[in-house]
Write a protein that binds this ligand. Structure first.
Ligand code: C2E
Ligand code: MG
Ligand code: MG
Length: 597
């Protein structure tokens, strides 16, 4: 029994120490706001010594002091007794009191002590507001009340300082720093327990920017006011609501069945939407809610918020009210992000990008007519990344332009090298749809050709039909300009997109490359083969040269030749290979002819 009581005291002291540590007061610099109170105490009671004394593990440390040093041992210190009892303490003569006699204070000539406890709202006594004198003296009840008042002023100052930086001024709600602290506290008290973080994301960034552009910053203030007002009732249910970023609020829920949590949140969401409607907000915010389950102590507060934000983004993208955090989509997002960052680095640094070349074969003669340059990326950590993965990412960002510039430069420099070695190879370079929307694309092409002294007739540009979806007029003008320079144009992946022969009529191109989806699995005599034969015939009738991509078997190659398809490209002849291997392949040139024969 005695043992368990002792343990409880130990626990209480541990909690008290934690409360003290969290206030970040110990060993901090003197501050005028506290010193003012100590000076006042000294004057008020005519005492030569006064202090704001905090009880640390084994010492009394003085946050503010008049007439004494910075700390004394906790043992036999009257302030430690104030902390222990959480009571006002008056000692007329320390030297005559067995509890304190022999302690450092009476030993150094201090006789009188009066101290009022410094107690937090949660009931933890941090230390004492005390006055001391070198003479034994009395202390009236009125003086005692004044000292208690001063202690309350010290506590108000401590709590004010603590709240500063922990409350979001615009909403008056605890902020992200408080969220982090509370998660850490919870993790300490309930390690390993499951919780769900909920994030209310008030508005899509683009929508918000648009609304603020029209309505000014007052819109954001109003949105914050309405949202914090509507979400505040959650606190009555015992859930703190935190204002974690300008337009985001978060809460932590105990683990409960997701369905039940959604039901409860639907109520809060309803209240929020209702409040927005009645507030006269000029633009209704699009609110998305993200749920992120996590285990206390296993995930940092930052990671919890990031997951909940991610889930809210998922909800927004899916046009749903709620999104549940998914590690899979998160990983995919993170990889995409890492790849984009990696692409930027790869464009700055040497050695990550390279080009491989895949020959194109004229079916009638069996000769190699040129090669397609294909980009390869060796990421320093992730290894080889397929262009099928990184090219679309580059195309969704601002990287399509520098990436194509890199490829063009590398291909033209290779062509010049080959020319010097007496090899004339026509090279096709893939460009992104966005490149064909660039005003100066033709000019840049011409400049690059001149820089490398390569004749335009040796270069071909490949692009997909998606280039024609937007800015059609701009793209068509650019293509006309490119062809006028003497550069051939090929429509890549024909048949997969928006292909319609009516499109082709006004598409300035020389060549059509039938997508490998039609070719790889082609079975002569099947419906698919009829389709391919028709595409070849029609394209040729319209005056295009036709290339079949993805030719893997001799059977398919023979079939294409029988349809009068002009050229073929595929693993049957060669995989895309580094330039030196391509040259070797060319030198052993009979290979292709043997297959065609
Ligand atoms: P694409 O331009 O249609 O290139 C043909 C793709 O098919 C290449 O994939 C090639 O390796 C593959 N291929 C060729 N023959 C065969 C075959 O017989 N069987 C099979 N299964 N596949 C074959 P790769 O190199 O992975 O490139 C994929 C796509 O990435 C390219 O399709 C192109 O759209 C894009 N890409 C590659 N390099 C560049 C570049 O430098 N710039 C741009 N903008 N896009 C590029
Ligand atoms: Mg291509
Ligand atoms: Mg293709």
């Amino acid at each position: 029994m005695k043992n368990s009581l002792k343990k409880t005291e130990g626990q209480i002291e541990a909690e008290r120490m934690r409360a003290l540590r969290e206030l970040n007061l110990i060993d901090t610099a003197p501050s005028e706001s506290f010193d003012r109170i100590t000076r006042m105490a000294s004057r008020l009671f005519g005492a030569p010594i006064s202090a704001v004394s905090l009880t640390d593990v084994d010492r009394q440390w003085f946050k503010s002091r008049v007439g004494c040093g910075t700390e004394i041992p906790r043992d036999k210190a009257p302030c430690a007794e104030v902390t222990r009892s959480s009571d006002f303490l008056f000692v007329r003569d320390l030297a005559a009191d067995p509890r304190f006699a022999g302690g450092i204070l009476p030993e150094s000539g201090v006789r009188f002590y009066a101290g009022a406890p410094l107690t937090t709202k949660e009931g933890y006594t941090l230390g004492s507001m005390c006055v001391l004198d070198t003479e034994p003296r009395d202390f009236s009840e009125e003086e005692a009340r004044s000292l208690v008042d001063l202690a309350a002023m010290v506590m108000a100052q401590i709590e004010l300082q603590h709240a500063l930086g922990r409350l979001e001024p615009s909403s008056g709600l605890p902020n992200r720093a408080q969220f982090s602290e509370d998660i850490e506290d919870l993790a300490r008290d309930h390690p390993g327990e499951a919780r769900t973080a909920v994030m209310f994301d008030l508005a899509d960034a683009a929508d918000l920017a648009q609304a603020m552009r029209v309505l000014g910053p007052a819109y954001l203030d109003e949105l914050t006011r309405v949202a914090s007002g509507a979400l505040r009732p959650m606190r009555d249910e015992g859930h703190d609501i935190y204002h974690v970023s300008t337009t985001q609020f978060a809460a932590i829920f105990p683990e409960e069945e997701e369905k039940r949590l959604r039901e409860r949140l639907t109520t809060h969401l309803g209240a929020l939407a209702e409040a927005a409607r009645h507030s006269g907000l000029s633009a209704t915010p699009g609110i998305a809610v993200g749920l992120a389950p996590f285990r206390l102590g296993e995930t940092s507060a930052g990671a919890v918020l990031r997951s909940a934000h991610h889930a809210a983004q998922d909800a927004r993208e899916a046009d749903a009210a709620f999104g549940l955090y998914s590690a899979t989509t998160d990983e995919a997002h993170q990889r995409r992000y890492a790849l984009l960052e990696g692409l930027r680095a790869a464009l700055r640094e040497e050695g990550q990008f390279s080009l491989v070349y895949q020959p194109r074969i004229e079916l009638a003669s069996g000769t190699c007519t040129g090669a397609e340059a294909l980009l390869r990326w060796n990421h320093p950590e992730l290894g080889a990344v397929s262009p099928g993965e990184f090219i679309p990412l580059a195309e969704q960002s601002d990287l399509a332009r520098p990436l194509t510039d890199w490829v063009l430069d590398a291909a033209l420099s290779q062509m010049r090298g080959w020319r010097h070695a007496g090899l004339a190879v026509r090279v096709s370079v893939n460009v992104s749809a966005a490149n064909l929307e660039e005003e100066d694309f033709g000019l840049r092409l011409a400049a690059a050709l001149a820089r490398h002294s390569v004749s335009p007739s040796w270069l071909e540009i490949e692009f997909t039909e998606s280039a024609l979806i937007r800015h059609r007029a701009r793209v068509i003008a650019n293509l006309a300009e490119i062809r006028a320079l003497g550069i051939a144009c090929a429509i890549d992946d024909f048949g997969t997109g928006y292909s319609s022969f009516s499109y082709l009529q006004d598409f300035p191109a020389d060549t059509i490359k039938i997508d490998q989806a039609f070719i790889r699995t082609l079975v002569p005599g099947s419906r698919g083969s009829v389709l391919v034969a028709s595409i070849v015939a029609m394209a040729r009738d319209l005056g295009y040269r036709v290339v079949a991509e993805g030719v893997e078997t001799q059977e398919v190659c023979d079939f294409l030749a029988s349809c009068d398809c002009d050229e073929a490209q595929g693993y049957l002849f060669s995989r895309p290979v580094p330039p030196q291997d391509f040259v070797r392949w060319l030198a052993a040139g009979g290979e292709a002819e043997r297959r065609i024969a």
